[in-house]
Design a protein around this ligand. Sequence first.
Ligand SMILES: Nc1ncnc2c1ncn2[C@@H]1O[C@H](COP(=O)(O)OP(=O)(O)OP(=O)(O)O)[C@@H](O)[C@H]1O
Ligand SMILES: [Mg+2]
Length: 307
Amino acid sequence: MKTIFFTGKGGVGKSTLSAAAAWQLAESGKRVLAISFDPAHNLGDIFGRTLGHKVTRFSANLDLRETDLDEAAAEYIRRNTSILTEVYSYTKAFNLDRYFKVLRHSPGVEEYAALTALEDLLRTSDDYDVVVIDTPPTGLTLRILALPRISITWVDRLRRIRRDILDKRHTVHSITGTFSEEGQKLAYEEKDDRVMQKLTELFDRYVAVARHLESDANRVAVVFNPDYLSLRESQRILDGLSDLNLGVNVAFNNKYTQGLSEIADSMERELFDGRDAPPPVHRIPWEPYRREKSYEISYDLTQLFAL
Ligand SMILES: Nc1ncnc2c1ncn2[C@@H]1O[C@H](COP(=O)(O)OP(=O)(O)OP(=O)(O)O)[C@@H](O)[C@H]1O
Ligand SMILES: [Mg+2]
């Protein structure tokens, strides 16, 4: 299973081009899922369907889905609070239900919800040849792509702290023959400890996501328009991706017209000159708006991703 992420500034044509690529790849015989991670979904509008968290079959080879980030955030919090209450059932201090609404709007929850949804997607999409991902505007996308590596570092640190705690419990156990708090027997070996099991599970999941993103199975497309605001934002995307050790496989200078060729030339030079391994740039012509089948564009995208 290969993934293609479409990134770029707001309004440059990420949804349009990801829909077009998904449609063309499906028509060429690949099994394709087009999925949106943008809270402001457009994929359904482009394909003229009402989409949701569950897969909708659009054609023989093409499935569509919109990730419900609110639902993903609620699920993320539910999972974590249930682990906390289970593991710390001996203490009454955690009444997390009361804080559910507040937690939902805590900093970072949306990113972690998206990461959880992405992890889930990668783990369950082996039936597809290609998963095309329409992303939210730059900042959120870069944070989502950065999270697996950041989380690996954090979880690894937490595992070391937990190991220290278990070692101390082990020492107490070997001296007293028991270790309990408020009558509850506590684990002192890694294999019996729910917290350690959970941390290891999280660690393995984040490693799998990071490995996939950095592997040859992943493609990143950057979309921009021949205008200078989109140039500045594309520079930030390219810098951000390179900080994350993610390359860009293909760039689209979208909504191109002949009259903009000078601007397009100078923008492409400014964007890619001096960068290591600049991607091929494809100029996608401006096409008059069509209400029907706007996922059908005349530019052939099927060969560009080297799938
Ligand atoms: N090649 C093109 N020619 C003409 N119009 C285009 C082209 N590509 C996209 N558009 C139009 O530009 C607008 C924005 O496109 P689209 O929604 O695909 O961008 P986006 O990057 O996904 O935006 P957002 O960041 O809001 O999700 C839409 O009205 C779309 O029809
Ligand atoms: Mg969009």
